[in-house]
Design a protein around this ligand. Structure first.
Ligand code: CP3
Length: 344
C-alpha cells in the first residue's frame, strides 16, 4: 500500500474509493478530550498559542476516528491578532475584536511571522507525530472573511458592516484586503515550510457578496494569495472554501486556480461536479445537522453524496463545521458508512 496520503492523491485529481474523509472543525467542543485540554489551556487563544496543547487537540480526532487528514488547530483570527488588533473569545458570544483605526495605522505586518511562531511550532510537532499516510492541512481565513470580523469587531448575521464599507469606502477596504493578502500568503508559506502538506483558505462569508463584490473581494484576493504561494511552493495543493458561492463556483475555480473547492451543503454535489471542471477536486458537503439527528437522514445523505461523486476526485466532508452538540456515536456511524464504500 502506498504511504502517500489518500488526500494528496485526490488533491492531484485522482478519484479514490472510498474517498478520504475529514471533518471541518473536527477538533472541537463535541469531543470530551478537547474540552479537557481546552480547560487546561485557560483561554481559547492560549490553546492556539501553546504548541504542545494545540498539537494535542489537532491529533485527538485522528486518534478517535482515524480521519485521513488532520487540520492544524488554530483560528482564522490569529492574523488580525498578529497584526496588532486586540482579540478575545467570549464564552457564548464568540470573537470580540478592537477597532482597526481610521487609516488602519494600528495594523503592522512586520511582526506577523514572529507573533505566529507558536503556530509554526505546532505544525512541526503535528507532522512529526502524524502517521505518514495522514495529511496535515494548514489554513488561513480568506481576506474578505477575516476583514468582516475585523470591521464589525464581532460576528454578525450578514456581515453588514463590511459590506457597507465595500460600498462607501472601497479604497479603505482595499488597503485592508491588501494587508491581509500579504500577511496570509506569508502565513501559509511558513506553515508549508513547517510541514503542512496542503492548505485551505476559508472564505466563510463569500456568499453574502453581490456580483461585483464577489469578484473584487472574494475572487481577486484569493487568486493573489494562491499565486504567491504557488510561486514558492508549487507542489502544495490548495483547497478554497467560498461558502455560499452557489453557481459562481465554476468561475471561482477557474479564476483562483485552486486545486480543490470545498462545497457547502446548499449546493448539490452533482451540480458542483458539473460546474467545476476536472482535475479540480471537490470536498463536501454533508449538512452538519444530519449528524445531530443521525439515523436514516444521516445515512441517506451520505449515500447520495457518495453516489453523486463516484468516479470524481472527492474528499468526503461536511458542508460547514461540526457543532458542539454533535453526538460522537453519530460521527462514528458516518465514518463507518463512508469507509464501507468498496472500490467500484
Ligand atoms: O478543527 C479545525 O477545523 C481546526 C481549527 C479551526 C477553528 N476555527 C477552531 C475554533 C478552524 C479551521 C477555524 C476556522 C474559523 N474560525 C472560521 C472559518 C470556518 C468556519 O467555520 O466558517 C471562522 C469564521 C472562524 C472564526 C471563529 N472562531 C468564530 C466565529 C468562533 C466562535 C464560534 C464558535 O464556534 O465558538 C471561533 C472559535 C473557535 N475556533 C472554536 C474552535 C474550536 C470554539 C472556541 C472554543 O473552543 O472555546
Amino acid at each position: 500500500m502506498s504511504q502517500q496520503p489518500k488526500l494528496l492523491r485526490v488533491l492531484a485529481g485522482e478519484a479514490v474509493t472510498p474517498p478520504p474523509l475529514w471533518i471541518m472543525r473536527q477538533a472541537g467542543r463535541y469531543l470530551p478530550e478537547y474540552r479537557k485540554t481546552r480547560k487546561e489551556a485557560g483561554s481559547f487563544l492560549d490553546l492556539c498559542f501553546t504548541p504542545k496543547l494545540a498539537a494535542e487537540v489537532t491529533l485527538q480526532p485522528i486518534r478517535r476516528f482515524d480521519f485521513d487528514a488532520a487540520i492544524l488547530f488554530s483560528d482564522i483570527l490569529v492574523i488580525p491578532h498578529a497584526l496588532g488588533q486586540s482579540l478575545r473569545f467570549e464564552e457564548g458570544r464568540g470573537p470580540v475584536l478592537g477597532p482597526i483605526g481610521e487609516d488602519l495605522e494600528a495594523l503592522d505586518v512586520s511582526g506577523v511571522q514572529e507573533a505566529l511562531a507558536p503556530v509554526f511550532e505546532t505544525v512541526r510537532r503535528v507532522r512529526r507525530a502524524l502517521p505518514p499516510d495522514k495529511a496535515l492541512i494548514g489554513f488561513c481565513g480568506a481576506p474578505w472573511t477575516v476583514a468582516t470580523y475585523m470591521i464589525a469587531g464581532e460576528g454578525t448575521p450578514d456581515q453588514g458592516p463590511a459590506r457597507r464599507m465595500a460600498l462607501a469606502e472601497p479604497d479603505r477596504l482595499q488597503r485592508l484586503i491588501d494587508i491581509l493578502v500579504d500577511a496570509s500568503a506569508r502565513y501559509l508559506l511558513a506553515q508549508i515550510e513547517a510541514g503542512a502538506d496542503a492548505v485551505k483558505i476559508f472564505d466563510s462569508w463569500a456568499g453574502v457578496l453581490d456580483e461585483a463584490g464577489f469578484e473584487r473581494w472574494a475572487v481577486k484576493p484569493v487568486q493573489a494569495i494562491i499565486e504567491r504561494v504557488r510561486a514558492v511552493a508549487p507542489d502544495t495543493p490548495i483547497i478554497a472554501f467560498p461558502r455560499g458561492a452557489g453557481g459562481r463556483i465554476g468561475g471561482y475555480a477557474g479564476e483562483t486556480g485552486a486545486d480543490a473547492l470545498a462545497i457547502d451543503w446548499t449546493l448539490p454535489m452533482r451540480l458542483a461536479r458539473d460546474l467545476v471542471p476536472e482535475p479540480v477536486a471537490l470536498q463536501g458537503n454533508l449538512d452538519p445537522l444530519r449528524v445531530i439527528v443521525g439515523g436514516a437522514p444521516l445515512d441517506s445523505e451520505i449515500d447520495a453524496i457518495l453516489a453523486a461523486m463516484e468516479g470524481r476526485a472527492h474528499i468526503f466532508n461536511f458542508g460547514h463545521g461540526i457543532t458542539p452538540d454533535a453526538p460522537i456515536a453519530h460521527v462514528a456511524q458516518l465514518v463507518e458508512r463512508v469507509r464501507a464504500r468498496g472500490p467500484i
